[in-house]
Structures are given as structure tokens and as C-alpha cells.
Design a protein around this ligand. Sequence first.
Ligand code: UT7
Length: 325
Amino acid sequence: MSIIRSVVTGCGAYLPEKVLTNEELSQTVDTSDEWIVERTGIRERRIAAEGENTSDLALHAARNALSDAGLEPGDIDLIILATATPDLTFPATAVTVQAELGITDGAAFDIQAVCTGFVYGLTTADNFLRCGQHKRALVIGAETFSRILDWEDRGTCVLFGDGAGALVLEAQEGVGDNSDRGILRTRIRSDGRYQDKLYVDGGPSSTQTTGYLRMEGRDVFKHAVTNIASVMAETLEASGVEPKDIDWFVPHQANKRILDGTARKFGLSNERVVITVDRHGNTSAASIPLALNVAKQDGRLKRDDLVLLEAMGGGFTWGAALVRW
Ligand code: UT7
């Protein structure tokens, strides 16, 4: 039986130039390189320059992904941009990227699922491509979390960074089993009862301000460990895939302790886990495509490899995706 699959044909990313080290942070808040590395695995993160917006980071990542795919912007008929830090309240940052790319056809919109945004974006694009409504999609995760951090709150400001990553997906025919290239399965979840554990305390309708990120880290940690494990288990089981079949585990990069614990639980050896949290910090919706790009560029991630992605974030939202590269 022939079915439509959303196949990854291009991958790109972009990081702002400015590096902010733990050492530098310890000069402005009561923290230390030792604490940050031990509790999170983060050593440094990137910070967008003044005037450098989420759309600018997204545009660089999108151009790199298009060039990797050997495509022109006009070949794209769907842009989905996952972000919790849009340039403006509206219009969607995706349409700014669309205009900068010179695309006047198709559709572009943002998705807001915070750190799970990229998995939500992939899921949405996959459904549009598989139903035949669009042919080629750019799925972008782009964030400037540095703009919504309270730089006096050591419990949050040391954790996040800025960046963007993008994939090009193309509708192609597959045979309908796990040997197909492309997105094999996705699963997304949310539970709005936990909004107050991780949120931004401002918005157009409530305060008419942008607000700052607030988090009860310990609670988020506990839920992350449980939710990630359950959605990964469901995704693997529904696909008839065992952890041993996974070539690369590319998790959302929030905290190295969470990644290590999850990998251990599923028997995924360290060599099969892509880790970027040390260099990028938590870049929210951008972290998975940034990590995919690192693994692709350094030669680890190859065509036909089986990749498991997962993320968890504010909402709570969480999800996983199984992709044959
Ligand atoms: O991407 C979305 C999902 N987000 C996450 O998954 C994040 C989940 N949470 C975490 O990663 C961790 O909970 C944190 C890294 C945020 C915190 O680590 P923790 O081991 O849970 O620490 P804690 O919050 O329990 O704090 C332990 C101590 C506290 O001091 P007391 O009360 O024991 O005296 C904090 O005040 O560490 C203190 N602390 C710090 N000390 C130095 C908190 N932040 C810092 C800091 N530097 N930056």
C-alpha cells in the first residue's frame, strides 16, 4: 500500500554570535559555574544582539535548511514557526519570515506550545502534508528567550538561550511501514492544570506587558521526567519500535539530568544521545532542530537513521516524534 510521508529533505540552524558563559552570569547574579553545570549541564548559551529578532534567527535557519534541501523559497507552500517569543503580538512571526523569503503563495502561521513547539509544529505540518493540502513545508523553531527572562532571578535566567533551527519536509510516497523515510509517528499532549508551574506573567489581554518567565523548577522537573517517559513509551509501542532500534535520541535540551535519566530509563546508551544543552542552554522550541543540525553537520545523523525526538514545556505540553531521516 502506498501512503504519503513527510520526508525531511533539509536541515538548518542559526545561533546568535554573542556567547554568555556561566562565569559571566556569576558576575551579575548569585550563582556559580559549578552550580549551573552540576544541576543543568549548561556551560554557555547564545544571546541575540540588540535589534536581532526571532524572525531574523528564523530566517537564517530557514535559508540554511532550504540550501541544504537544494530548494528555492518558492518551492515552499507552508511555513510553520514554533515560538513563544514572537517579534510582535501579531502578525505571526511566520509571515515575517515568509515575506523575507519572498514567498507570496501558500500559508504561514505560528504555533505556541513553548518548549514542545517544534514537536507540535512537526505534527501539524505532517498532517497537512499527508492529507495533500500542502507539498513542501518549512518547520522552524525560533526563540529569543533572553527577552523574557528576569535577569535578577537566578532560578531561571541561567537556564535559557536564543537560537533557531528548521527542517524542510516534503510529501513523498512511502510503502506504509517503518522502513519508510519521513515522519513515522507523532504524539502530542497537554494538560492545562499546570499553567502556573511555568508561564510568562504578562500578555496583551491580561497586563498589556510582555512579562517575564516564571518557573517552579523542581515541580517542572518532576512532571518532565514522568511525561516524557510516558509519551516516548506510547510512541514506541504504537510504532512497534524497540529502544534498541533507535539510532539517535534527540531530546529537547532543558536539563542534562533529565536527558540522562530518560536515556537510562529506555536503555539508550550515551553514544546515541545528541546533547547540546552544554553549549546552547534551553532554547525552547529551537532546541530540537538545533540539535538535529549539530548531529547532521558533524556526520552522526545519516539518511535512513531512526530518530526519536521528545519535548516537554509550559502548559504543560509534551510530545514525541519518530522520524526516519
Ligand atoms: O524546557 C521546559 C522544561 N523545563 C525544565 O524541564 C526545567 C526543569 N527544572 C530544572 O531543570 C531544575 O529544577 C532547575 C535546574 C531549574 C533547578 O535545579 P534543582 O536541582 O531542582 O534545584 P532547586 O530548584 O531545588 O534549588 C536548589 C537550591 C535552592 O537553594 P536552597 O533553597 O536549597 O537553599 C535554590 O535557591 O539551589 C538554589 N539555586 C541556585 N543556586 C545557585 C537555584 N538557582 C540557583 C542558581 N545558582 N542559578
